[in-house]
Design a binder for this molecule. Structure first.
Ligand code: PLP
Length: 286
């Protein structure tokens, strides 16, 4: 069944939706995005995603084309029109399509931004990967220096997923100056002696909306959290590990560069945090 997608104010069947070849998202990766998960037909952590979107736009000198309220209404409309009970809503805003290709930013008064949203129906809560856990490999982090802005420059993360796949793994953790920054599309955590360790916020990583929620739940549950960088050696010696993102929630990691963590099965802290996150998200979803 063909999806209904949103493009610049219109709801259209996906095969009728069009974006210009001059769109700066296409030519310069000059755009930002958000992915919001859907559980029971409702949006998870929507205010956090809307706030981060505004921040990403501001950091790139792009005006916000829609208010948070308007965005929420579009998200809900798409979820309803596509009968999504579980999955994601993808949102992308680019600097629009000026008359010609030019490195210089177009005047926003003359070139409106391009706004695209679409849904992806997918089982998230009963994910088989959550039962087995993920295998990750390490790769160098050679991305640009503003990873805190959620831009659509995803070529290297995409290459990282391919490197993982070729190595027989599920994902890659990126390493810079000897320390793990984050996963290709998620934040990275290890657990040692009950303490959760994850890199502190900065320009080196995306400020995950799921990360913020999960760390708050962990602290509420009296778990110890250390926000600091860790190495691959430390990860390999950890009791357990996990990742977080909007589309995976909390997902256990069971091996790092071929070394099994603990007993090689999803660990208790990751499993518990996944349960708490899903339970709380269900209650707070809008
Ligand atoms: N880090 C990177 C590089 C990401 O691409 C993502 C999500 O796409 C995350 C972290 C997790 O962010 P969130 O929890 O907001 O989905």
């Amino acid at each position: 069944m063909s999806r209904i997608v949103y493009v610049n104010g219109e709801y259209l069947p996906e095969d009728q939706a069009r974006v210009s070849v001059f769109d700066r998202g296409f030519l310069f990766a000059d755009g930002v995005y958000e992915v919001t998960s859907v559980i029971d037909g409702k949006l998870v952590d929507f205010p956090g995603h809307a706030a981060r979107l505004d921040r990403s736009l501001a950091e790139l000198d792009m005006p916000s084309p829609l208010t948070s309220g308007e965005l929420l209404a579009i998200h809900r409309e798409l979820v309803a029109r596509n009968n999504v009970t579980e999955g994601m809503v993808y949102l992308q805003i680019t600097r629009g399509a000026p008359e010609d290709r030019d490195f210089v930013f177009p005047d926003p008064a003359e070139t409106p931004q391009t706004v695209v949203l679409f849904t992806q129906s997918k089982g998230l809560v009963d994910s088989p990967a959550a039962q087995t856990g993920l295998k990750v490999i390490s790769i160098p982090d050679i991305r640009w220096g503003r990873r805190d802005i959620k831009t659509v420059q995803l070529l290297y993360p995409s290459m990282g997923k391919m490197m993982a796949r070729r190595a027989g793994a599920d994902d890659a953790w990126m390493v810079e100056d000897g320390f793990v920054t984050e996963g290709t599309s998620n934040n990275a955590y290890i657990v040692k002696d009950g303490r959760i360790v994850t890199r502190q916020l900065g320009n080196e990583i995306l400020h995950g909306i799921t990360r913020a929620a999960v760390l708050a739940f962990a602290r509420e549950a009296q778990m110890q959290v250390e926000e600091r960088p860790f190495t691959i050696d430390e990860a390999q010696a950890a009791d357990e590990a996990f990742i977080t993102s909007a589309s995976t929630f909390v997902m256990p990691v069971v091996s790092v560069d071929g070394v099994a963590l603990g007993d090689g099965k999803p660990g208790p802290v990751a499993r518990r945090l996944r349960e708490i996150y899903i339970e709380q998200s269900r209650k707070a979803a809008v």
